[in-house]
Design a protein around this ligand. Structure first.
Ligand code: ADP
Ligand code: MG
Length: 470
């Protein structure tokens, strides 16, 4: 076809145009199976369904949200590198929950820009049917205890064995084992009393089931189903906050269950009284049973967790590698586990032994992240987000307590986590005098001794910031 220079450039490339590299998914599947072994492959990777490879993004469908998280956390890098080996350029893997596709046979080959496969928009709702299945890996046996989580573990076990503590409310940062403990409770109760109806739902699942019942005008059936449970576990309830109708419904369900002696187990990223946008009645009810905080594991526990995971995977890894990982990746267990999985996948793929050097090399990004120098900007932004104020409030002279306190916390963290001087920090906070900074830092230091809640906020923020002194 003849094109003149005046012809406008097409805004979209037709399918199959430049960059369209056919990807033979069956071959990728073979590679993956070899790397992870038949069992893990069948559980986690076989259900993946390729949707499209567009640009450098490969979109894969997964049947449930749970798998989306799991595969995302544990296998994303492996899938990406395996695909890269086939197509010859790096790809990003995006996972989308598309239950309808899970049961269909995977197409043998996906071609770039195969737009005819639509990604269903409604994902949450359809994940519902798998809601009460428990993850086989999340048991009490596989949970490593140590300072930080032993109380939560004991409480969860007690609830599973003899009930009581109603509701049990576990709270703490991400990746510390809250979901794990809920599944473990689920397993244990179904093992002991197979007749009991035990349901585990993420907040989103609760929300979407409820909304769905409104749409199909069958709220009654929803209520019945929830009230019919002997044990109801709802994960990450902070997501229900602010959703008024859902919250209201949750409150009624909760009261009905607890009122009739049914066990309720809940988790959130913070304690009941720190939840925002939530009805006061519900807030006080949530905290009316046993509330337990899950703290980040200390280095010994992190090492024990790594040893246990390595044993589960039948790996023998040099102590120095495990110790180094445990010392470096202090944030949470999920990241720790992710690092180990990545390392193992890389070593299998490349046929290398896992030495300290190999580990450092393969996990260079993580090592960099955790040794990251925390900047004043990071701190201001993180603290402002956390206390829901604007970053600009960090610089402003306004002294209202709700602004001044977070600002002082940020100053305190700047002193703890960076090497900047008092005058330097003052300048970064809108040109404040160094005495103002000193006062702020001292105020927080003193308050933390008396005010457990503040100390907890500072602890969480330190963890969020990576906590490494720059
Ligand atoms: P949370 O729900 O608190 O965000 P998860 O329960 O999802 O955290 O835990 C993240 C990952 O870390 C899971 O794979 C879980 O099995 C693992 N994990 C967390 N704590 C422990 C522990 N104490 N022992 C063994 N594995 C743990
Ligand atoms: Mg969780």
């Amino acid at each position: 076809m003849h094109t003149t220079p005046q012809t406008p450039l097409p805004t979209t490339m037709p399918a199959g145009n430049a960059g369209a590299v056919p990807l033979d998914w069956a071959l990728v599947q073979d590679d993956l199976r070899k790397v992870v072994g038949a069992e893990d492959y069948a559980s986690w990777l076989a259900p993946l369904v390729p949707h499209k490879l567009e640009g450098r993004t490969l979109t894969l469908g997964v049947p449930t949200r749970f798998m989306q998280d799991w595969v995302g956390n544990n296998y994303r890098t492996l899938v990406a590198t395996t695909v890269e080996a086939r197509v010859g350029y790096p790809v990003d893997v995006a996972l989308t929950v598309t239950p309808a596709f899970a049961s269909m046979a995977a197409p043998a080959a996906v071609v770039a820009a195969a737009k005819e496969i639509p990604a269903p928009a409604e994902t949450e709702v359809a994940a519902v049917d798998t809601a009460s299945r428990f993850d086989p890996r999340y048991t009490f046996d596989s949970f490593v205890t140590g300072k930080g989580n032993e109380f939560a573990f004991a409480a969860a076990k007690r609830v599973a064995e003899e009930g009581g503590f109603n509701p049990l409310f576990l709270h703490g940062g991400v990746g510390l084992g809250k979901t794990h403990l809920m599944h473990a409770i689920g397993w244990e109760i179904t093992r002991r009393k197979p007749g009991l109806k035990v349901m585990y739902l993420s907040s989103e699942q609760f929300f979407s089931r409820f909304i769905r019942s409104l749409q199909v005008k069958d709220v009654f059936a929803f209520k019945q189903q929830m009230r019919d449970m002997d044990v109801l576990m709802v994960d990450d309830v902070q997501f229900i906050c602010g959703k008024d109708a859902t919250q209201e419904e949750f409150f009624h369900t909760f009261n009905a269950l607890v009122g009739s002696g049914k066990q309720v187990v809940l988790t959130a990223d913070r304690s009941p009284h720190e939840l925002d946008n939530i009805d006061e009645r519900l807030k006080s009810r949530l905290g009316s049973g046993l509330t337990v905080k899950v703290n980040p594991p200390d280095v010994e526990t992190r090492l024990a967790i790594l040893r246990s995971k390595a044993a589960q995977m039948e790996l023998s890894l040099a102590d120095e590698v495990l110790e180094n990982l445990a010392a470096t990746i202090a944030s949470n267990v999920r990241e720790l586990e992710g690092a180990l999985n990545r390392l193992v996948a890389a070593s299998r793929l490349m046929g290398n032994e896992i030495t300290l050097e190999f580990a450092r090399d393969q996990l260079a990004d993580l090592y960099r992240l955790h040794a990251r120098v925390v900047t004043v900007d990071d701190i201001q932004k993180t603290v402002a987000d956390y206390f829901k104020i604007r970053v600009a409030d960090m610089h402003s002279p306004r002294r209202a307590r709700n602004l001044a306190r977070p600002r002082q916390v940020a100053m305190y963290l700047c002193k703890q986590l960076t090497t900047r001087s008092f005058p330097d920090i003052g300048r970064a906070f809108g040109g404040k005098d160094h005495t103002t900074v000193m006062h702020g830092v001292n105020t927080i230091r003193d308050l933390m001794e008396r005010d457990g809640e503040l100390a907890e906020h500072v602890g969480i923020l330190t963890q969020m910031l990576g906590g490494v002194r720059g």
